[in-house]
Ligand binder design. Structure first.
Ligand SMILES: Cc1ncc(COP(=O)(O)O)c(C=O)c1O
Length: 465
């Protein structure tokens, strides 16, 4: 094949195929060209849960052109900018009082977790706890695609690269919290939670608490597990163990945070489950922070961590060339201010929960749907071959991506992911923009339900169901 013969020059996803190309966006709709034909889709997933303000917002276009005229580049290791400062202040002020005292901005969720791992390490070095080098995260988790972030992840994406990741003895994995499958029939939710917490404590003790640097979890797990909300007592229990053993409690809210799932019209997902005193020591965010208009993510720092740095070296070691990028920070700030002014985080919490209720109702008789789970603006549907036994479909059938394609052809974006059930399991997620209306919710539920029924017919016809 010569270069001239190639169907695609972008080395990503399917290498020599033209993926559908997005042409434009308007509110919750996107116009996409596929095989030479342009279709309009309801964007119920906003890429990978990125959209907040809706696409093509003329106010944002104005903000972006103004931002271009008042920002310039500076290298954050020795020249800062007031927009990174203002965005940090905004996030701190719009979180519960006392939760955060600092923020560091970077370009992607992976980068934010990468930075967070280093900040965790520096925190312990500042305190003289030099043995604390181990991270405990969870099975069936995703924290990004860079080496460090993938090392604390556990899924097929991580498995493929396991020989070049950080040692497993340093990146320990505690069991995922997954009530739908892992709570025993004989157990209450409280007993299941206690079993998980006992398991974590045993792991900390077996490894030596003096070597454990942080426990890291997604507040609401996203692409790997599919939005299974943590049961009551689970996150507070982890927080208590972290306090007991001087371990940092780190939450990854890259996918579920920054307004997608906040019950108080605010920003953080953990406010559903934790008081401010129980809040994280370090938190990573991304996605909806820039709402897809700019590429920005961040690390939020609690007063405890900030004070420890201050009492120690007073410095953060190292920086990225584009950390705290002025243009991105200013656009993200204005986007967040607009979301706040329009009360859109309250809207998505209400409309998202309505979406969840309506999906649950509309899919309750589908033999393919084992579980509908989520909170606020982030929901997932787990597909099963047998609803009673919860048997998953064989992996090669790839039913989640098949459903994703059917939804696409029916005019809806959703995101399929495999392996929520260790080596099999299919779930499909929805995470629309914060602007959705009740009418949009109805449309999404109607198209999604039709697509599940279409999938069922196809699986029956092929003898796979
Ligand atoms: C929970 C979580 N953390 C981190 C990341 C990585 O973010 P990014 O793709 O922006 O690097 C993702 C991406 O989906 C995520 O879901």
């Amino acid at each position: 094949m010569t270069v001239e013969d190639q169907k695609s020059y972008v080395f990503q996803a399917k290498i020599d195929e033209q993926l559908p190309n997005v042409l434009s966006g308007n509110g919750i709709k996107i116009q996409v060209e596929k095989d030479g034909k342009v279709t309009e889709l309801i964007d119920a997933m906003t890429g990978a849960a990125v959209g907040a303000l809706g696409w093509g917002d003329p106010e944002v276009h104005k903000i972006m052109s103004e931002a271009a005229t008042v920002t310039s580049y500076s290298y954050p290791a020795y020249i800062g900018n007031k927009h990174a400062e203002a965005l940090a202040k905004f996030y701190i002020d719009n979180s519960p009082k006392g939760a955060f005292a600092g923020a560091l901005w970077c370009g992607s969720g992976s980068e934010s977790n990468e930075n967070a791992l280093k900040l965790v390490r520096q925190y312990h070095l500042e305190k003289g706890n030099i043995k604390k080098t181990k991270f405990i995260s969870r099975t069936t988790s995703y924290h990004g695609f860079t080496i460090g972030a993938l090392s604390i992840s556990s899924n097929t994406r991580a498995k493929n690269f396991k020989d070049i990741l950080l040692p497993e003895s340093q990146c320990l994995k505690m069991p995922v919290c997954y009530e739908y499958r892992n709570k025993k029939k004989t157990e209450s939710t409280a007993e299941y939670v206690q079993r998980l917490l006992d398991n974590l404590e045993e792991m900390i003790l077996a490894e030596d608490p003096d070597t454990i640097a942080a426990v890291i979890v997604e507040t609401l797990p996203g692409s790997s597990l599919g939005t299974a909300p943590p049961p009551a007592g689970y996150l507070p229990g982890i927080r208590a163990l972290c306090n007991k053993y001087d371990v940092l409690f780190m939450l990854d809210e890259v996918m579920c945070g920054t307004g997608r799932c906040n019950p108080n019209g605010g920003l953080n997902c953990w406010e559903n489950f934790l008081t401010v005193e129980q809040g994280p020591d370090i938190q990573t965010v991304g996605k909806t922070l820039g709402s897809g208009y700019v590429s920005i993510a961040g690390i939020l720092i609690s007063p405890k961590v900030r004070n420890t740095f201050l009492k120690g070296s007073g410095k953060v070691f190292g920086a990225h060339t584009y950390s705290g990028h002025a243009f991105n920070c200013l656009v993200a700030l204005k986007v967040q201010e607009r979301i706040k002014e329009l009360k859109l985080t309250s809207n998505i919490f209400k409309m998202g929960n309505l979406l969840g209720e309506k999906l649950t109702e509309s899919l309750k008789d589908s033999p393919l749907v084992g579980d509908v789970r989520g909170i606020g603006g982030f929901w997932s549907v787990e597909l099963v071959k047998n609803k009673d036994t919860k048997e998953s479909f064989p992996l090669p059938l790839d039913v989640c991506h098949h459903l994703q394609d059917i939804c696409f052809d029916n005019g809806l974006t959703v995101m399929g992911n495999q392996c929520c059930n260790v080596d099999s399991g299919d779930h499909v997620s929805l995470a629309p923009s914060f602007i959705i209306t009740e009418e949009n919710v109805e449309q999404i539920v109607q198209i999604f339900t039709k697509s599940v029924n279409d999938l069922q017919k196809e699986l029956i016809a092929s003898g796979d169901f």
